[in-house]
Design a protein around this ligand. Structure first.
Ligand code: HAM
Length: 425
């Protein structure tokens, strides 16, 4: 039997690789403009880095890591994400000793043992940025603006930026307690995963996809209800700056990220249409992580975006745009009289909002039909002197090659009806 690639991985063949290179080029360009420098860390690390960094109660560490013992009996893990590695590199290379903040970016493969489905892979690629050594809300605003700017340059449509504040070690204990009190009476009805989250990390219950857990958590206290003064001020300033930068965002108090290191700001960018896996970017502030991996107390914030998902979303918006460019009907009129009658018909249809056009060059029948083909019109209305004298017009379905003769009134009614049936109005 022929050997196949492992489940959840992809071969990127010529033709597709060029799209990746195009995206990488845009990423490098914008990073340069915003003053971010590239960092490349190993694809595998000591397992402990992710246990400590990403967190023992996360799905990533509990279920999804590619962990193995190497020949020297060291526990090694293929990196499931880039933030912990960047913090380790910051400490190990004493980058905290140089000018701050340190603004870094990376592009590369990550590995998670997840159930593969559309948009979810076991080897996937992230572009991520991390800013270390700066704690002001303007840094949070800068990284969110960077990704927003990148997506608008790429022409991505239908995006939603969700922001939240998940608090800090000062205010989170109060939230934890309130949430536990709220959930206590329903504890038995929570799913198995959430029952085990109840003690250690009840915040993650707000994020559970299980419908009965979602019902139970309706109206549960959110972190926004209990933010301490510092976190509340930080969040208010971030919102002000995002508005000033014209980033369109939504406050989502239920946004809980799947990694343990977040404090204060958490955010995601979601895109419509690409199916269940709609988060194309996720990030937030992690002011305790550098210390957690053995460095000095250093604030940090960043995000990572899934390149496969961004490319899928781009392909979809491209298809929508191509669809938008298509004409519904081209009116092919031959001879002066037919042209002026045709122009009147087109004007009436346009008033009703239909994407229709008429030849403006007085070309031959053949040339006009060719033009209709070029704009991918679905229908052509053909009106010559002969049809005009009989008071009729030909409606031709260019996709099916069928046609019928109709009176001018019937023609307009039929075109409108067809347009509506195509789901346009
Ligand atoms: P994350 O939310 O786990 O965050 O992943 C970020 C993005 O990577 C997701 O929004 C998604 O687009 C993509 N992604 C994640 N898992 C998969 C998968 N199995 N297949 C395809 N795409 C996937 C982090 O990784 C954090 N390190 C982000 C960060 C950086 N926070 C602060 N700095």
């Amino acid at each position: 039997m022929a050997i196949q690639r492992p489940k959840g991985t992809q071969d990127l063949l010529p033709g597709v690789v060029e799209q990746w290179q195009g995206l990488e080029e845009q990423i490098r360009k914008i990073c340069k403009e915003y003053g971010y420098q590239e960092i490349r860390t190993p694809m595998f690390e000591a397992t402990e880095l992710f246990q400590r960094g990403v967190g023992e109660t996360t799905d990533i560490v509990n279920k999804e890591m590619y962990t193995f013992l190497d020949k020297g009996d060291r526990s090694i893990t293929l990196r499931p994400e880039g933030t912990a590695s960047v913090c380790r590199a910051y400490v190990e290379n004493k980058l905290y000793g140089g000018p701050q903040p340190v603004k870094l970016y990376y592009i590369g493969p990550m590995f998670r043992y997840e159930r593969p489905q559309s948009g979810r892979f076991r080897q996937f690629h992230q572009f991520g940025v991390e800013v270390l050594g700066a704690d002001k809300p303007m840094v949070d605003a800068e990284v969110i603006t960077l990704v927003w700017d990148l997506y608008s340059r790429l022409g991505l449509k239908g995006l939603e930026v969700h922001v939240n504040s998940v608090g800090c070690p000062t205010c989170r204990p109060e939230h934890k307690q309130k949430l536990q009190e709220f959930l206590e009476p329903h504890k038995e009805q929570l799913c198995k995963d959430c029952q085990s989250r109840f003690e250690k990390n009840p915040l993650r219950i707000l994020d559970c996809k299980n419908s009965s857990c979602q019902e139970i958590t309706q109206g549960a206290p959110t972190t926004l209800d209990v933010l301490c003064e510092d976190c509340a001020g930080h969040f208010a300033e971030l919102k002000r700056l995002l508005t000033a930068a014209e980033v369109v965002y939504k406050v989502n108090p239920r946004l809980v990220r799947g990694l343990d290191y977040y404090r204060k700001t958490a955010f995601e960018v979601l895109v419509e249409d690409i199916g269940a896996q709609s988060a194309i970017c996720g990030g937030g502030r992690y002011d305790g992580l550098v210390q957690e991996v053995g460095g000095p107390q250093t604030p940090g914030i960043g995000f990572a975006m899934g390149m496969e998902r961004v490319l899928a979303a781009l392909k979809l918006s491209q298809e929508h745009q191509d669809e938008d460019k298509k004409e519904f009907l081209m009116l092919v009129a031959l001879g002066e009289k037919a042209q002026s009658e045709g122009f009147a018909i087109i004007s009436r249809l346009r008033k009703k909002g239909l994407p229709v056009s008429i030849d403006l060059l007085g070309r031959s029948l053949k040339a006009q039909l060719k033009a209709a083909d070029r704009v991918q019109a679905k229908y052509a209305g053909i009106l010559g002197e002969e049809e005009l004298s009989k008071g009729i017009i030909i409606l031709r379905n260019l996709r099916l090659g069928e046609q019928e003769e109709l009176t001018l009134k019937e023609f307009e009614e039929q075109v409108l009806k067809q347009y509506k049936e195509d789901g346009n109005q």
